[in-house]
Write a protein that binds this ligand. Structure first.
Ligand code: IPE
Ligand code: IPE
Ligand code: MG
Length: 244
């Protein structure tokens, strides 16, 4: 359910998902190594979590690393993993002081052991926090998520705990990494690219999309509010039609 922010005079989407793109182009424009673009980008994430919650967003999902990002050079993947490792550790402290609940989605089995341990600890210690629910998509791919969900359901059918005829949309939703989380209302992809790159294909079925030109390291509260303004101008029909 949208929340009405009186001060802004805007309805605020309950769940915002962001494809944080453009770190590399930002680094290039500033004549610095790509890795500096990624570290600048990771600082923006911290601030946006606070801004999002302060304007009334309840769920924020960010795409941090895709199942396809392993195709990048060993150097870049290594730098991203180091950054993520430090980010997640730091997040443990920050999340509790901000009353933030953190959930990580994606295939954890593809991540190194110490990162998985940090994720488990992070999810564990923030489980009962009641502020922003912050969802980090890490080694996440929508198709991979669906494959894992289908396997899980098929195992249930095989061992007799699930009847094939009982499979419905709700069961599939409940078998995805995002189980229990409402679908995003608004998707933002920065840097002007207009594609999903395997991000939440099931969950974004009825989401409003917004593609600002700004590169992720330059994203800020004003840009977030601009996105919410764009959302306010949309008419969501969900297949129905507005009565005249
Ligand atoms: C997004 O920035 C961050 C990740 C994919 C991890 P990019 O690294 O994709 O930046 P561009 O698209 O090259 O500018
Ligand atoms: C999507 O961005 C993944 C993340 C932002 C983590 P990419 O930059 O990897 O996507 P493509 O390659 O341009 O589709
Ligand atoms: Mg990119």
């Amino acid at each position: 359910m949208d929340y009405y922010n009186e001060e802004l005079g805007l309805k605020v989407p309950e769940h915002v998902a962001i494809i944080m793109d453009g770190n590399g182009r930002w680094a290039k424009a500033h004549h610095v190594p790509r890795n500096m673009g990624h570290s600048a980008g990771s600082k923006v994430v911290e601030q946006i979590c606070e801004d999002a919650y302060n304007i009334g967003i309840k769920y924020l999902t960010v795409y941090a690393f895709s199942t396809e990002n392993w195709k990048r050079s060993a150097e870049e993947v290594g730098a991203l993993m180091l950054l993520l490792r430090n980010y997640l550790k730091d997040c443990i402290k920050r999340a509790n002081s901000n009353n933030m609940r953190v959930i990580v989605i994606g295939d954890k089995s593809g991540l190194s052991e110490d990162i998985v341990e940090t994720i488990n600890r992070l999810e564990d210690v923030t489980r009962d926090n009641t502020g922003l629910t912050f969802i980090i998509a890490l080694n996440y791919g929508g198709r991979d998520e669906m494959v894992r969900a289908v396997k899980q359901i098929c195992e249930g059918v095989q061992n007799g705990t699930i009847k094939a005829s009982a499979i419905d949309e709700q069961m599939i939703s409940d078998s995805l990494d995002t189980r229990g989380i409402p679908d995003p209302d608004l998707l933002i992809r920065t840097s002007g690219e207009q594609r999903l790159s395997n991000f939440l294909p099931w969950q974004l079925a009825y989401t409003e999309f917004y593609f600002p030109e700004v590169l992720w390291p330059d994203f800020n509260k004003e840009e977030l509010i601009k996105a919410v303004e764009k959302y306010n101008a949309r008419e969501r029909r969900f297949g129905g039609r507005k009565e005249e």
